[in-house]
Design a protein around this ligand. Structure first.
Ligand SMILES: Cc1cc2nc3c(=O)[nH]c(=O)nc-3n(C[C@H](O)[C@H](O)[C@H](O)COP(=O)(O)OP(=O)(O)OC[C@H]3O[C@@H](n4cnc5c(N)ncnc54)[C@H](O)[C@@H]3O)c2cc1C
Length: 388
């Protein structure tokens, strides 16, 4: 099959800088040549990731790509978005790996960490020598993280951390977990290293979605931490929420990649598949489906690009990211469902990508703020009335 060429109906490429296109092309090639050929066994075995690719991902600057210094690539936010798009064209699990490492682990250390924490962790995380995870969600508190029960108690110069975090990407392979906990002085963040006494991670099995990604539960029982483990500048729920804004921004782009993969596959299939004496692509209903896909991808591209430019100019409001995440994941999921349908019976096997993207996008719709929660964030922004 010919290489994936991208989707660019409105000549959006002309709006990109050369380095943005180059970043996209190098990740596109990595996904086609290095990642996709390795993917199938990881999809069949729930909860595993091709860890051998981590050094190559680091070499390509994929971890913390929009951060500066500490070995990070220092890309523009648009280039970073295009990188996320290409990773998710491969699989949402691949994009999640990079999103968590960069947006949810490196970003909080970069923004809220001490100089010593930054020196210790950022170069290692950027180089893929260390893996991180982000523990906010709990078994009983997902959308409403403010209700969290995980608690850190101060004991003279030490902290005792206890609680359970659930649905944590890369929990069991992480060298460092960014764990958010309630304290006497608001919600704060702590860096918990693998192997610390009282800290255990167990993987969650039986996922239909995001199978090429490790998802874990973290158990923290009176984990003793030094004051140096606390992120000194993170105070209140707004700190973890600011990390989520970074990751959600990447998701708004990533979803376009998944949608492009489905559209590309559906178009090629419809051109080759013969039904009732002619190409499936020649039927009116097929064309209607393909036109829907292309139109929604194009609208999603424009939305992501505008949000990216505003982010680069420092003019981004988090509600804009909510709109982009909510819309782009929603249309990507609808496109994946249409593509799966168009492929008929072939659409249900893992030789084709549409159904894999479809079930992955069910997770993407739920994590990093569900579709409903982003609707309510935007609703509040418009009306000034909080319905959450
Ligand atoms: C594969 C995977 C990986 C993940 N990785 C991470 C990670 O690395 N770190 C991390 O901290 N978390 C992670 N999560 C957790 C994710 O962020 C949460 O699942 C998400 O925030 C939703 O929380 P919940 O599952 O508890 O659903 P709930 O909050 O219980 O929501 C259930 C339903 O109720 C709706 N709802 C909730 N509140 C309202 C309301 N006020 N009004 C109307 N409807 C409402 C929701 O939209 C949803 O449809 C991951 C999840 C998955 C599936």
């Amino acid at each position: 099959m010919a290489d994936f060429q991208g989707v660019d109906f409105l000549r959006i490429d002309e709006l990109l800088a050369e380095e943005e296109r180059l970043a996209r092309e190098s990740v596109r090639e990595f996904v086609s040549k290095d990642f996709l050929p390795l993917l199938k066994p990881h999809i069949r075995e729930d909860g595993s990731f091709p860890m051998q690719l981590v050094p190559r991902m680091a070499e390509l600057g994929l971890f913390g790509a929009n951060l500066h210094g500490y070995g990070c690539a220092g890309m523009s936010n648009v280039a970073y978005g295009l990188v996320m798009q290409e990773l998710e064209r491969g699989d949402s699990g691949l994009r999640s790996f990079a999103s968590v490492q960069g947006g949810l682990v490196m970003y909080p250390i970069y923004t809220y960490g001490s100089a010593a924490q930054k020196e210790r962790w950022l170069p290692a995380l950027a180089a893929g020598r260390a893996i991180g995870c982000f523990g906010l969600t709990e078994p009983d508190f997902g959308s409403h993280a403010a209700g969290m029960r995980t608690r850190a108690e101060r004991r003279s110069s030490r902290w005792l951390l206890s609680g359970t975090k659930r649905w944590i990407t890369n929990g069991s392979v992480a060298d460092v977990a960014v764990v958010w906990a309630r304290t006497d002085d608001d919600i704060q963040g702590f860096l918990v290293e693998r192997g610390t006494k009282g800290f255990e991670a167990r993987d969650i099995k039986g996922k239909f979605s995001l199978r090429a990604s490790i998802t874990s539960e973290l158990f923290l029982h009176e984990v003793e931490l030094s004051e140096e483990s606390r992120l000194p500048l993170a105070k209140g729920l707004k700190a973890p929420l600011s990390c989520l804004t970074q990751a959600r921004y990447g998701i708004a782009w990533g979803a376009i990649g998944a949608a492009m993969a489905c559209y590309d596959e559906a178009l090629r299939y419809a051109q080759e598949r013969k039904v009732q004496g002619g190409a499936l692509a020649g039927k009116q209903l097929t064309q209607q489906r393909l036109v829907f896909m292309l139109t929604e991808i194009t609208k999603a591209q424009l939305l992501a690009l505008r949000v990216g430019r505003l982010k680069d100019e420092g003019k981004l409001h988090h509600s804009m990211v909510s709109m982009a995440k909510m819309n782009n994941v929603d249309v990507a999921l609808r496109i994946a469902r249409e593509a799966r349908d168009l492929l008929g019976a072939n659409g249900i096997v893992d030789d084709y990508a549409a159904m894999r993207h479809m079930v992955n996008l069910e997770t993407v719709r739920t994590y990093e703020g569900t579709h409903d929660i982003h609707t309510l964030i935007l609703g509040e922004h418009i009306t000034g009335l909080r319905a959450l």
